[in-house]
Design a protein around this ligand. Structure first.
Ligand code: SF4
Length: 473
């Protein structure tokens, strides 16, 4: 399962090396998307930008960063496209010109009314270059800006039209604007470094550049940063916020803190609750790298069974290995992970992972442990069965692709090749983030979506193949 995107922005009164700061911030957010990335810089109101398919390390080097200039404002984006249109075509930030000048826009999330919005705008003769939500948002803001007088008010007004998940960064020639949807489905935090304001999808990006965390941007809040400082508009708040609970389970980095809750501690607590709900006699607890490790530590702490490394990860698998068929995906697991025979041979293993989505990874890992001599393998999952699709910016397109929908519990355990299988309960997952000052979305486990969603996700409706090149504007 994959997250769609990560965003990072900076407003610097001194304008020193903003592109480098965004580069470092995006590197820390790389786990949120590896298909494409981009950075746009405002140099005294003149925009320069580069966006390409590939990781931050692939796309940018010293020369390309210096070509972006030493501006005052910059925004950047890393992308994974759940619609399968990765690469350069839908890379962000999008840079557009309209009646009031230039805008650079990047977004994390997915609009649930994207097709209605687009159809409505196209009826008004709008022409789109991409099929991204970022372009739709930019178009709506540009229209609102003509009526409202400021870009931040235009963003606040645009919220009346946008439904679903969006954490957005907008760069105008002299302002940086950050906005989070009224439910706060995707995270967005505010930080400070010296005289500069920074905004990022996760706080781990602040640590990377030495910035201090200031606060989370609230659901429904629009923040404007310019030479006068920070101005906040509480634009549109829902009755209850709904941060994606899977951010704690899997998407975010363990060293991030979301809405007051450490991701690492949430995962550890999930493992503890899992041990209470599904105890088993065993010799060793192993976590599936990387996101299963913290929950495995929690399981070991609570159960008293020693924690150990049972799987070794190959860190050097690049994008070239992103595979699309079941057979290729199975092979990929063996290339990415190997079982440590010296640790698992003859032992009863508790294998802790964060989730089972299609089941490919878990089945292959159980097989690897058995081939390495494990006597028993007891699979423990630190989230409930994944049975509903996500409409908010991840790549779960249909119920049918979810293993927990295809098989009953016993059949699933057998298909995995496990001796026993235990999932964290819904009550359990709702308890993993006690410090978080927010409500949660847990719809992929419960079907209780925080807003009305379409009957299905029409993924391929717009699949334009438009070439976009970097440059100056
Ligand atoms: S449906 Fe699941 S993955 Fe999607 S936003 Fe809600 S909790 Fe997160």
């Amino acid at each position: 399962m994959k997250e769609e995107c990560g965003i990072f922005g900076i407003y610097s009164s001194r304008g020193l090396g903003v592109a480098e700061e965004v580069y470092l911030g995006l590197s820390a957010l790389q786990h949120r998307g590896q298909e494409s990335c981009g950075i746009a810089v405002s140099n005294d109101g003149k925009f320069s930008f580069k966006r390409e398919g590939g990781t931050v390390l692939d796309v940018f080097d010293e020369e390309s960063l210096s070509e972006l200039g030493n501006g005052q404002i910059a925004v950047g984006h890393v992308r994974y496209d759940p619609f399968g249109r990765g690469g350069r075509e839908s890379a962000q930030p999008l840079v557009l010109k309209y009646a009031h000048g230039s805008l650079a826009v990047c977004n994390n999330g997915a609009l649930t009314n994207r097709y209605e919005l687009r159809a409505e705008l196209e009826r008004d003769a709008a022409i789109f270059q991409t099929d991204t939500d970022a372009e739709l948002i930019a178009y709506i803001i540009a229209r609102e800006r003509i009526r409202s007088g400021s870009i931040e008010t235009a963003m606040a007004n645009a919220m009346d039209k946008l439904q679903g998940a969006y954490s957005v960064l907008i760069m105008s020639p002299h302002k940086l604007i950050a906005a989070r949807d009224p439910l706060g489905i995707r995270p967005l935090s505010l930080g400070k470094i010296g005289g500069s304001w920074v905004v990022a999808s996760e706080t781990c990006a602040f640590d990377t550049i030495g910035a201090e965390f200031v606060r989370d941007i609230e659901p429904g809040e629009v923040i404007m940063l310019n030479h006068e400082g920070l101005h906040s508009i509480k634009a549109k708040k829902a009755a209850k916020s709904a941060l994606c609970i899977f951010e704690y389970v899997y998407f975010s980095r363990p060293d991030s803190v979301l809405m007051g809750q450490s991701v690492h501690l949430a995962r550890r607590l999930a493992g503890k609750i899992l041990a209470q709900e599904h105890p088993i006699e065993a010799d060793l607890v192993c976590g599936v790298p990387d996101s299963g490790i913290d929950a495995a530590l929690g399981y070991a702490e609570e159960s008293g069974i020693p924690y150990g490394i049972g799987l070794v990860k190959n860190e050097f698998i690049g994008r070239v290995f992103i595979q699309d068929t079941q057979q290729k995906r199975e092979r990929l697991v063996s290339i990415k992970l190997n079982a440590l025979s010296a640790a698992v041979k003859g032992k009863r293993i508790v294998l802790v992972d964060d989730s089972i989505v299609r089941g490919t990874t878990c089945t292959r890992i159980v097989g690897l442990l058995r081939e390495a001599g494990a006597k028993e393998v007891h699979v423990r999952i630190s989230s409930p069965p994944f049975v509903h699709p996500c409409f908010f910016g991840t790549d779960i397109k249909s119920k049918e692709s979810l293993m927990a929908n295809r098989l009953p519990h016993d059949g699933l355990c057998k298909a995995l090749g496990a001796d026993t299988l235990g999932y964290l309960s819904v009550a359990g997952i709702r308890s993993i983030a006690p410090q978080a000052q927010t409500g949660f979305c847990d719809a992929c486990f419960t079907g209780e979506y925080p807003i009305e969603v379409p009957e299905e996700i029409p993924f391929d409706k717009y699949s334009h193949k438009i070439k976009v090149s970097g440059g100056k504007s």
